[in-house]
Design a protein around this ligand. Structure first.
Ligand SMILES: Cc1ncc(COP(=O)(O)O)c(C=O)c1O
Length: 486
């Protein structure tokens, strides 16, 4: 059975120059993320100037610390765009590729700003998301050439439906995607002219239309309702069917499986296109896998080739033009830009199979998917990489028996340096969903205050720009819980 590789798995030190990923590299005993020495952030005297390239934050930062490395978001978006461009050229694909960021993965201002600057279209799922889009428009970041895809439930009378209609007055390229038949009415009655999408009930491993029909999913329209909705839209004077949405799952492991789930949707797209020629976008939603552990291997160009050639074959058979291809990239866009750093504050043997290393924060509330879903993330030391390692268990500072890593059912060993004096560690590839699920601000498990955040960006000349977002004070945590401090 394969098991995720979550860190260094040997007792020997890590060789100097060893690259764990294309952005996590060992140099001189320290771990560098995108060229920035992570351990150095905690060291007072040297941190004012860390080298000719990276000006430190001018102070030693406290642990725990969240690190947000925005250039990685830009890099991943551009890489995906380039791969689609290259494969499209290779196979002679005539449709466009529309990279769209799914904001549910991480709605932080710096993340949305970065995806828009990198050229992504914008996908949303709730009323507050519309407010975010409007703020981004006001700042000139959401430009009028960007598509805004509105997924999620937006029934008549909901604040989300009302706000989508208002947004349309400001931004031409808004595409509401119908999840449920009643959602068509407010758009019809708005009097505004809308391009609309239809979401097909598709979630899960359905390889045929018959399987799709009986699948148990709350998302999207059944096959029969989809045809009905397309006819309503065609009859409406102000609505135009533009997009077909067919999302099959999350973190799909290999290109062939992913494509076998998408194929029934491509068939249905082609049949719908025959009847409704205005349709031109096939949106496969989310599901594009991202590196969350060190054993990750997904052949993106192979997936793109399969997708484009299957679309060519299916559309050729139905004698319709190939669609523009849209993906809503959540995890892929934001997983890797986020790291959460901790100090080891105690090491105790406790006559356990492997010693316990205790961190100065909570694993549970920082990475909810780890304890709730048994999800794995990368964990590496920030210093002492040039010293011997041993197998250990990590424990959070809370009093909860589930606040441990690796997660309880895991078969993956975790190795960290034997030397624990001033040892810092980082959880990496935690930038998607974890912060949104754990919540921003508020009061958390065992009333631990939220960590400080260091946002690292680069300007157009490649110079680093640092922003510090202060963590919570203990008074803020108390006040959230209704305590009045005299
Ligand atoms: C409609 C829709 N689009 C996109 C996504 C993003 O998926 P992922 O993070 O796998 O890219 C999701 C995730 O739940 C979704 O529901």
């Amino acid at each position: 059975m394969t098991r995720p590789i979550i860190g260094w798995e040997q007792e020997q030190p890590v060789p100097d120059g060893f690259a764990f990923t294309d952005y996590l590299v060992h140099h001189g005993g320290h771990l560098h993320l995108g060229g920035v020495d992570m351990a150095q952030l905690f060291l007072a005297q040297e941190s004012a100037v860390e080298g000719p390239e990276f000006p430190g934050p001018g102070q030693a930062l406290p642990s725990p610390l969240e690190v947000v490395y925005l250039p990685l978001i830009t890099r991943r978006i551009h890489e995906m765009q380039q791969m689609f461009a290259q494969v499209s050229q290779e196979v002679g694909y005539e449709g466009q590729f529309l990279y769209t960021y799914a904001t549910k993965a991480n709605a932080a201002e710096e993340v949305i700003r970065t995806t828009l600057k990198a050229g992504a279209h914008h996908e949303m799922s709730s009323a507050v998301d519309v407010d975010i889009a409007r703020l981004m428009r006001q700042r000139g970041l959401l430009t009028s050439d960007r598509l805004v895809i509105c997924n999620g439930f937006k029934g008549p009378g909901s604040s989300y439906a009302t706000k989508i209609i208002e947004l349309k007055d400001e931004h031409g390229l808004v595409i509401p995607v119908i999840e449920d038949l009643p959602e068509i009415t407010p758009l019809l009655e708005s009097g505004r002219s809308f391009s609309v999408g239809l979401r097909q009930k598709s979630y899960g491993p359905n390889r045929t239309e018959a399987e799709m029909r009986v699948a148990n999913s709350r998302f999207g329209l059944s096959v029969d309702d989809l045809w009905k909705a397309a006819d309503y839209i065609a009859a409406a004077p102000n609505l135009t069917l533009t997009l077909y949405h067919y999302m099959v799952g999350s973190q799909l492991a290999d290109p062939e499986t992913f494509l076998s789930y998408l194929k029934p949707g491509l068939e249905l797209y082609a049949r719908l296109k025959q009847r409704h020629p205005s349709l031109h976008i096939f949106n496969f939603g989310g599901g594009m896998p991202a590196r969350m552990t060190l054993d990750f291997a997904f052949d993106y160009p192979a997936f793109i080739r399969l997708l484009l050639t299957t679309a060519q074959e299916v559309c050729g058979r139905y004698r319709v033009p190939v669609p523009d291809i849209m993906g809503e990239f959540g995890r892929y866009t934001t997983s890797e830009h986020g790291g959460h750093l901790f100090k080891i504050i105690a090491a105790k043997d406790n006559q356990s199979d492997h010693p316990w290393y205790i961190i100065d924060g909570s694993i549970m509330s920082s990475f909810p998917d780890s304890w709730a879903l048994g999800e794995h993330f990368i964990v590496l030391p920030l210093n002492h990489l040039d010293k011997p390692f041993q197998q250990v268990q990590l424990g959070g500072i809370t009093c909860d028996s589930d606040d441990v890593y690796p997660p309880k059912p895991s078969q993956s060993p975790l190795y960290l340096p034997v030397e624990t004096d001033d040892l810092y560690i980082g959880f990496f590839s935690i930038g998607a969903y974890q912060e949104m699920l754990g919540g921003v601000r508020g009061s958390k498990h065992c009333v631990l205050p939220e960590a400080m955040e260091l946002v690292i960006d680069k300007d157009a000349q490649g110079r680093y720009q640092l922003t510090i977002i202060h963590g919570q004070t203990e008074e803020e945590v108390l006040s959230n819980l209704g305590y009045t401090i005299a």
